[in-house]
Design a protein around this ligand. Structure first.
Ligand code: ZN
Length: 214
């Protein structure tokens, strides 16, 4: 028995994984994952994306049960906040969000004057070697470490997300550049899901939400 078992769904003797998943899928009307930088100046990015996408709720409100426990939320956006907003750090979160709630869109946002543009792959690899005696080039691909060209990093990250088996095939993927001084979002990548292509050329009349929990 672990000290915090009563707070863990799967640690309960009566745990039913399928039923628990069903309950989770109803707890949050999630639609969109927004991946952006942990720079404190970038904190408004999910709000800007919610406005740009339309038909989104963020941050929404927490829903309480009769006992006052926090059991659900009205948000449609989950933020994934990582250094530079680089997609490599968000891949597992995409898979888990799809499994629990279902997603329709993934938005990658890279912002102006980002710290990730203040160093180079060679620079950080050399510094780590010198300061911490460890070769981080064995941990991270050079293309994922920093940002030099924003259009290139957005194209790379949206392609990386699309290429991974943990990304559900039905999602739309967007890449935006965000100006932290003006709050303006500029679309760089828009890749709308083509259902006809995914089912081998047969057009399906199924709306996107029906694909969420397959
Ligand atoms: Zn940044």
């Amino acid at each position: 028995m672990g000290k915090f078992d009563r707070y863990s769904f799967s640690a309960q003797p009566s745990f039913d994984e399928a039923e628990t998943r069903k309950a989770f899928s109803k707890a949050v009307p999630l639609k969109t994952i927004v991946i952006y930088c942990y720079d404190p100046r970038a904190v408004d990015i999910p709000n800007a994306v919610a406005k740009a996408m339309g038909d989104e709720v963020y941050p929404g409100h927490i829903i309480l049960d009769d006992s006052g426990n926090r059991v659900a939320s009205s948000t449609t956006i989950f933020p994934v906040v990582v250094a530079g907003g680089r997609a490599v750090d968000a891949l597992r979160s995409i898979t888990v969000a799809q499994h629990l709630f279902g997603i329709q869109n993934i938005v990658v946002v890279h912002h102006s004057h980002c710290g990730a543009t203040s160093f180079t792959a060679d620079g950080i690899i050399d510094a780590y070697e010198r300061e911490h005696h460890f070769d981080i080039s064995t941990l991270y691909e050079r293309n994922n470490i920093c940002i030099t060209d924003y259009e290139q990093s957005l194209r790379h990250d949206t392609a990386l997300i699309r290429s991974r088996g943990g990304t559900p095939k039905h999602v739309n993927i967007f890449g935006y550049f965000y100006n932290i001084d003006t709050g303006a979002l500029t679309e760089v990548v828009r890749e709308i899901h083509q259902i006809a292509r995914d089912v081998g050329g047969l057009r399906s009349s199924a709306p996107l939400p029906d694909l969420q929990h397959q």
